[in-house]
Ligand binder design. Structure first.
Ligand code: PEP
Length: 250
């Protein structure tokens, strides 16, 4: 049985002081979280500090991005091995903000997925359609293309130890959430597509939902059979809200 994962993507938010307070709040309530694995993805510079503050907890650490390269003359970039040095377990790749604001295409996202795995990190691959694509009825085509880029580069087995996050772009930071059934339909599509190549990998891979998840809607989303937790943006910056989302994971 897949263990649910609830991961907070803090994006470019916080300060040393606010992060300390946020982690105090999260740590103080961790005992109330059931079966879910909890992870946080701070901005790069705070990763060492967060690693230290989380030392005696089960909370996993992740990055929001990474370089596709191992090392070298790539000014401003961060390599997977560096993230591993500071205790990261996860690395988000292909977040829609990276795709739209920084021009990351499927090939680059797949290369980042490969770089994370090669170093021993578990990539969290974000996929999802924009509103026009949903309205045109091409959601499945878009998600399949984004997924296939990784499968073609790395092979189907590469998904087994990774995580997929279905994040409809129209639901990210907008307050609009996909209905549990809308999300489940796409999650089921993703799992079936993987199952057509490997039933074992399809059973194992965790598929998170992301897009305006809050304490108020988390339980209904997480109750769907192919939703294995969530990638949480705005609501992960509020300890009470984030913990309530974690508690909602069955
Ligand atoms: C995200 O950025 O991954 C996300 C899901 O954001 P939000 O929860 O704020 O919609």
């Amino acid at each position: 049985m897949r263990q649910p994962l609830v991961a907070g993507n803090w994006k470019m938010n916080g300060s040393a002081r606010s992060i300390e307070l946020l982690l105090d709040g999260i740590k103080g309530s961790l005992a109330s979280v059931g079966r879910a694995e909890v992870a946080v993805c701070p901005p790069y510079v705070y990763i060492p500090m967060v690693a230290e503050l989380l030392q005696d907890t089960e909370v996993a650490l992740g990055s929001q991005n990474l370089s596709q390269h191992q090392s070298g003359a790539y000014t401003g970039e961060i390599a997977a091995s560096m993230l591993l040095d500071f205790g990261c377990r996860y690395a988000i790749v292909g977040h829609s903000e990276r795709r739209t604001l920084y021009g990351e295409d499927d090939a680059l996202v797949a290369a980042k997925y490969a770089a994370a795995r090669a170093a021993g990190l578990r990539p969290i691959l974000c996929v999802g359609e924009i509103l026009e694509e949903r309205e045109q009825g091409v959601t499945e085509d878009v998600v399949a293309r984004q997924l296939d880029a990784v499968i073609e580069l790395e092979g189907i087995e590469a998904l087994a130890d990774g995580v997929i996050a279905y994040e409809p772009v129209w639901a990210i930071g907008t307050g609009k959430t996909a209905s549990p059934q809308q999300a489940q339909d796409v999650h089921a599509f993703i799992r079936q597509r993987i199952a057509s190549r490997s039933g074992a990998v399809a059973e194992q891979v965790r598929i998170l939902y992301g897009g305006s998840v809050k304490a108020a809607n988390a339980a209904d989303l997480f109750a769907m059979p192919d939703i294995d937790g969530g990638l949480i943006g705005g609501a992960s910056l509020d300890a009470g809200e984030f913990i309530a989302i974690c508690q909602a994971a069955p």
